[in-house]
Design a protein around this ligand. Structure first.
Ligand code: UD1
Length: 341
C-alpha cells in the first residue's frame, strides 16, 4: 500500500482525509504536534477504520524532529501538508508565529524529501483571492495583496512551491484552494474541535444550539448581497477530503501538468450566513438564538468558487449539500457532549 504522510492529520480536515485515504486503499502516516488538535482523535479514527493509523507526535519546525521523521519514513508515495496555523484574527496579532510556523514547516518538509519522487498536496485557501472582482472566482483571478498574515502565508507558500517545481524538483505538487470546510463525518466520531471560543461560523452555531454559547452574532446584514449577510462557498469536509485523494490520483496518473498546479475546491455555490442559520434550524429542528451585530473587520463581502477545473481535470465534484453539512456538524456536537474528548 502506498504510504501517504498526512501532516496535521489529527486536525479537522486532516482527520477526515485520513479516513478517505484508507477508503481509497492508501496507508496514511500521521504527523501532528497537537498544538491545535486532540490526541483522542487518533482513537476516534481507530473506531472508524478498525485499527489505529501510524502516528508520530513531531513538530515540523524542529530540525531534529524532521530528521527523525525522515529516518523513520524515508520512502513515501506522497505528502498531504495540512499542518499550519489558521486563525485570521490571531495572525494579525501574532504575525511572527504565523510566518515561523507556516513557512518553517513547509520548507523543512520540502528540504527533507527533496530528492524523492513523490506527490505533494498543499492546503491552500480561497483567502488568496481576497474580494474577487468577478464571481464565481476562477484559478486565473489575480492574487490580491493579502488582508492578513495568515493569508500571506498561503500566497507565499504557493509561490515557494511553484519555484521549487520550476527549479527541477522531482516532486509533483498541487495546491488546493479550499473554500469554507464545514460538517463532520457521517459516523459522528470525528469533526471540528475548536480550542476555546470558535472563530468560524458553523462550530459557533452548533455550540450555541447545544448551550455552550449563549448567542450567535451575525457579523453584519448590510452587505451588498441578497439578504445583506456575507456569502461563502461552504463545502462538506468529507467532499473536501476526497479532493485530496483525487489530487494524488491525478499526479499518479502520469498526466503531464507541468509539475505544479492549483485547483479551487468548493461547491461552486454561495450561501449567506442567514441561509446557513436557517438550514441548520430546518434540518435539526433546533431554534438558534442569534442576533444581528456589526460587521467583523477584514471579512470579504462574498466569494464562491468556479470549480470546473477540478471537475474536468481531477474528476472530482462535491456530493453533499448544506443540509448534510448542518446535520453532520450537529450530530458531532451532540456526540462530544455525551462523550467529551
Ligand atoms: C476565512 C477565510 C478562509 C480561511 C478561514 C480560516 C476568506 C474568504 N475566507 O474564512 O480562507 O481558511 O478564514 O479561519 O477569507 N460569521 C458570523 N458569526 C460568527 C462567525 C462567523 O456571522 O460568529 C460569519 C463571518 O462574518 C463570515 C462567515 O460567517 O461571513 C464565515 O466565517 P468563518 O467561518 O470565520 O470563515 P471565513 O472568515 O469565511
Amino acid at each position: 500500500m502506498a504510504k501517504i504522510l498526512v501532516t496535521g492529520g489529527l486536525g479537522f480536515i486532516g482527520s477526515h482525509t485520513v479516513v478517505e485515504l484508507i477508503n481509497a486503499g492508501y496507508e496514511p502516516v500521521i504527523v501532528d504536534n497537537l498544538s491545535n488538535s486532540n490526541p483522542k482523535i487518533l482513537d476516534q479514527l481507530g473506531k472508524i477504520i478498525g485499527r489505529k493509523p501510524a502516528f508520530y507526535k513531531l513538530d515540523l519546525c524542529s530540525q531534529a524532529d524532521i530528521t527523525e521523521l525522515h529516518d523513520k519514513e524515508p520512502e513515501l508515495a506522497g505528502i498531504i501538508h495540512f499542518a499550519a496555523s489558521k486563525a485570521v484574527g490571531e495572525s494579525v496579532k501574532e504575525p511572527l508565529k504565523y510566518y515561523q510556523n507556516n513557512f518553517f514547516s513547509l520548507i523543512n518538509l520540502l528540504e527533507a524529501y527533496k530528492g524523492k519522487k513523490l506527490n505533494f498536496v498543499f492546503s491552500s485557501s480561497c483567502t488568496v483571492y481576497g474580494q474577487p472582482d468577478e464571481l464565481p472566482v476562477t484559478e486565473k483571478a489575480p492574487i490580491k495583496t493579502a488582508t492578513s498574515p495568515y493569508g500571506n502565508t498561503k500566497q507565499v507558500s504557493e509561490e515557494i512551491l511553484r519555484d521549487v517545481v520550476a527549479s527541477g524538483s522531482s516532486n509533483k505538487i498541487i495546491s488546493l484552494r479550499y473554500f469554507n470546510p464545514v460538517g463532520a463525518h457521517s459516523s459522528a466520531l470525528i469533526g471540528e474541535l475548536p480550542i476555546g471560543v470558535p472563530q468560524n461560523l458553523v462550530p459557533f452555531i452548533t455550540q450555541t444550539a447545544i448551550g455552550k454559547r449563549q448567542k450567535l452574532t451575525v457579523f453584519g446584514d448590510d452587505y451588498n448581497t441578497p439578504d445583506g449577510s456575507n456569502v461563502r462557498d461552504y463545502i462538506h469536509v468529507v467532499d473536501l477530503a476526497k479532493a485530496h485523494v483525487a489530487a494524488l490520483k491525478y499526479m499518479e496518473s502520469g498526466v503531464d501538468f507541468g509539475g505544479y498546479d492549483v485547483f479551487n475546491i468548493g461547491t461552486g455555490r454561495g450561501s449567506s450566513v442567514l441561509e446557513v442559520i436557517h438550514a441548520f434550524e430546518k434540518t435539526t429542528g433546533v431554534k438558534l438564538n442569534y442576533e444581528i451585530g456589526p460587521r467583523r473587520g477584514g471579512d470579504v463581502e462574498q466569494v464562491w468558487g468556479d470549480v470546473t477545473k477540478a471537475a474536468g481535470q481531477l474528476h472530482w465534484k462535491t456530493e453533499l449539500d448544506v443540509d448534510a453539512m448542518m446535520l453532520t456538524a450537529w450530530n458531532w456536537e451532540k456526540y462530544i457532549k455525551d462523550n467529551p474528548l
